[in-house]
Design a protein around this ligand. Structure first.
Ligand SMILES: [Zn+2]
Length: 375
């Protein structure tokens, strides 16, 4: 990956910190493309800053809607459509991950272990392969094992509504919080927890312990406490601004909202199915300099994002606003804020704060005039 020149302007603290205080970010997403659309610019920013960015994707997105007609024809022609789309999206994700500079990318339980559950209420929710129909404890153990291996200070996932209500996004939120707790437990506590489960019989406990030792490995690595957990969110004010910009034309998922706003309906009387009230946003990451990386990763997800789609229209808007990403702190202590928001997901966790960028060593002082000018 080519680093943008802005990296040279980055405060010393942000780079010098890395030597003695390696920082790691883990993002937990539901489907390929979510890492790009909701957190892509932030991931690229931190990756450029030499922070290790890791990604867990819970499913291969086998049941996503294909908007690109050419891709749809190709996938429809496959003997097993869902399997074909899953395999395609694994490849698309690999390219996107490279564009964003993400260091480690994996699927929860391995690719295809749990499937895209489909949208809320779909018959596929009950398919035993679906993420939401899968064994919750096995999923939590699998994610806890990743947390113990990666040892992130910061974990990013969704809010309790999954951003817009997709069951896999809600599940990713629930699994993330449970796995953060699970990863932080000492093995003794974990064992006690299993034994205390009154409904679990001895055989089930033995089976669970065997699973933990072989498949998930949650017991293998030492416990790890994640310092901060965030939900990637979109504030209502941004959803409204996006709706206005995309207008009422076809293709915008916010056309009805744009129409209501244009008709003068007071914003607080309009139900917005996506996003969160602005006051819930606690961190605002200005990653506009990395919007190109985000756009390149979006192009990699061709099966979900046709080149003339609304995501690209937003990315092309001159102020680069699509590179501003918003987060809500769900767990942990907020760091210093600026204008009411943390400007850094690692705020409060860095060895050297941005506000105190003086390096530990002293610069030599020159109290004499230079002897002579260089020719
Ligand atoms: Zn998704």
């Amino acid at each position: 990956m080519t680093l943008p020149p802005d990296l040279l302007d980055m405060p010393f603290a942000r780079l010098g910190d890395r030597l003695g205080n390696p920082l790691r970010l883990l993002m937990v997403h539901a489907h390929p493309d979510d890492e790009t659309t909701t957190t892509g610019a932030t991931a690229a920013l931190y990756a450029a800053e030499t922070i290790d960015v890791h990604l867990v994707t819970c499913t291969r997105g086998e049941r996503g809607e294909i908007l690109d007609p050419e891709v749809r024809r190709a996938v429809d022609a496959a003997a097993d459509r869902e399997q074909a789309l899953g395999e395609l999206r694994v490849r698309e994700l690999a390219v996107a991950v490279e564009k964003l500079g993400i260091k480690g990318s994996r699927f929860l339980g391995g690719p295809g272990r749990w499937w895209d559950s489909g949208v809320a209420g779909a018959d596929t929710n009950a398919d035993p392969r679906s993420l939401v129909a899968g064994d919750r404890r096995e999923q939590v153990d699998a994610l806890a094992a990743v947390i113990r291996e990666v040892r992130p200070q910061v974990l990013v996932t969704y809010d309790s509504r999954g951003g817009y209500g997709h069951p896999d996004h809600i599940r990713a939120h629930e699994l993330s919080l449970a796995a953060v707790d699970r990863a932080a437990e000492s093995d003794a506590e974990s064992d006690a927890g299993f034994a205390a489960g009154a409904e679990a019989d001895v055989e089930a406990i033995a089976e669970l312990n065997a699973d933990a030792g072989t498949e998930s490995g949650a017991e293998a690595a030492p416990a790890w406490s994640v310092a901060k957990v965030y939900a990637a969110v979109v504030p209502f004010s941004v959803v409204r601004a996006v709706a206005r910009r995309l207008g009422t034309g076809g293709g915008s998922p916010f056309a009805a909202l744009a129409e209501a706003l244009a008709d003068g309906v007071p914003p607080d009387r309009i139900d917005i199915p996506y996003g969160v009230p602005d006051h819930l946003v606690t961190a605002r990451i200005d990653a506009r300099d990395w919007l190109d990386s985000k756009t390149a990763a979006m192009r990699a997800h061709r099966s979900q994002m046709p080149a003339d789609g609304w995501f690209f229209k937003l990315a092309a808007i001159g102020d680069g606003g699509f590179g501003m990403e918003h987060f809500q702190l769900l767990r942990g202590t907020p760091g210093p804020v600026d204008d009411g928001f943390e400007a850094d997901l690692f705020a409060g966790l860095r060895a050297v704060d941005d506000v105190d960028c003086e390096p530990d060593f002293g610069w030599p002082e020159y109290d004499q005039e230079p002897a002579a000018e260089l020719p």
